[in-house]
Write a protein that binds this ligand. Structure first.
Ligand SMILES: *Cc1c(COP(=O)(O)O)cnc(C)c1O
Length: 233
């Protein structure tokens, strides 16, 4: 007997397909290969039940913003799906406290929020100890917003040099979150410019509302939550 999918199942799978189509369209418009953009499905606040349909629909890269939440939610999901749907990747997109570096290095395949020396030091130690090397993105506070994490644009070059030379980290890219009340394009362009002059290839930029713009400006990782899973309460 086949069971009709629940509305939630149908919704998130359909929303995921729509987002993928939008990503493909943005890539075509920008003359880019669709394989050059990784969709990070941001599942923060959503329970495992809401995530399963996305895994079943082929989504493999997921983003979480809190270590504790990810630690409770993902290992059981990964254990359950490693045979049927192998290759799930978990990305940390939210701020990371240095005292959680150990757990973060153990759990995540990428960390998008590297933003200060004390964290670099903690990550360097854990990466060496655990022999695990998650992809590392430095977060740039392009809008210089006081309430937001991230390195100021004018400090980015020195920070990236310290990441490499002082802490021995292999940095792969940059991440930014543009101010809510500004056009995102200039913030994405600034992030791309800083990455280019520092020889970094990956750009984590673009969320539900602005990922097409981000792709037009070179995003390699778009972090999309609400457009796939619905609104968060
Ligand atoms: C929540 C979050 C997202 C996803 O935001 P949506 O607008 O739901 O797509 C992306 N990046 C970061 C850093 C987030 O915290």
């Amino acid at each position: 007997m086949t069971q009709a999918p629940s509305p939630a199942t149908a919704d998130s799978a359909a929303a995921l397909a729509a987002v993928r189509a939008e990503i493909a369209r943005a890539c075509r418009d920008a003359g880019r290969d669709v394989a050059s953009v990784t969709l990070v499905a941001v599942s923060k606040t959503f329970p495992a039940e809401a995530i399963k349909p996305a895994i079943a629909a082929g989504q493999r890269v997921f983003g979480e913003n809190r270590v504790q939440e990810a630690k409770a939610k993902w290992p059981p999901l990964m254990a359950k799906y490693q045979d049927l749907h192998p290759g799930i990747e978990l990305h940390l997109i939210g701020p990371l406290q240095s005292n959680k570096a150990k757990e973060a290095v153990a759990l995540f395949d990428a960390i998008h929020s590297v933003d200060r020396a004390s964290l670099c030091e903690a990550l360097g130690k854990e990466i060496a100890k655990q022999r695990r090397a998650p992809l590392l993105f430095a977060e740039i506070n392009t809008g210089a917003e006081p309430q937001k994490a991230g390195v100021l644009p004018q400090d980015a070059d020195a920070f990236l040099t310290a990441c490499r030379e002082t802490y021995g980290l292999t940095m792969s890219g940059l991440m930014c979150i543009p101010p809510l009340d500004e056009a995102p394009g200039p913030h994405f362009a600034l992030t791309a410019k800083i990455a280019k002059r520092n020889g970094l290839k990956l750009l984590s930029m673009g969320m539900s509302a602005d990922f097409a713009t981000a792709i037009s400006l070179g995003a390699t990782h778009v972090r999309i939550g609400s457009a796939i899973f619905g609104g968060r309460t």
